[in-house]
Design a protein around this ligand. Sequence first.
Ligand SMILES: Cc1ncc(C[n+]2csc(CCO)c2C)c(N)n1
Length: 232
Amino acid sequence: MTAAATTDTGFTAELGRANAGLFDAFYEHPFLAGMRDGTLAKEKVLHYVGQDHQYLSAYIRCYGLGMAMSPDRRWMRHFHDSAAFILDDETHPHHVLCDYAGTSYEDAQVDRLAPTAQAYIDHMMAAGRDSLGVLLAALLPCPWTYTWAADRFVTEERPPADHPLLGWWEFYATRDTQGVTHKLRGLLDSLAEDAGAGERARMARAFEDSCHHEIRFWQMAWSLETWTAPDG
Ligand SMILES: Cc1ncc(C[n+]2csc(CCO)c2C)c(N)n1
């Protein structure tokens, strides 16, 4: 299963095909493989939750940047509803992970970003100082990689009802969450049609970099990354 079929048309379909190797690397990363077979070490899961809670707060702030650049109320409605979705619904997958790790959500919180999470956030925030199109391009791999991976896993492997992380996989495979990717792709496709060559190139670069950041985010949690000086 690829992120974009060869027959799909539009700017984001091209991005999906150009970055198919990164989508596969995302799917094959040992962190996500451990989420598939339910063997992932609990300390790695908790490292992820602490960092990801902070990441989601930054993602909402990026919607705020989008709100500030919104040309009309249709766009404002989009950022408003999308921020509400993260605030109201996207804590659910984190709760599933905390239950798996046997810790409360409160106890999983951290007050310091690891280098990789910080780098991803900085990248998204910098895109928000470019244009609405570049911002959306930097934001798209986040829902696209997760909803694509969840759809692939649930379709290909049909996890059993007693899979310990089923709630996490199902959240990202549901129609509502898949809809986030669909909506964002449609908005970015329409912006790309009106953009010049220079801006489209910056959009493509921002998208590719975010795909790399997604893979690195797994690696951060897998390696329990912290700020450690070279001599330890
Ligand atoms: C590093 C990282 N990347 C992607 C997601 C998933 N996610 C975060 S915000 C969002 C948009 C829809 O609300 C989606 C799908 C995550 N949790 N953490």
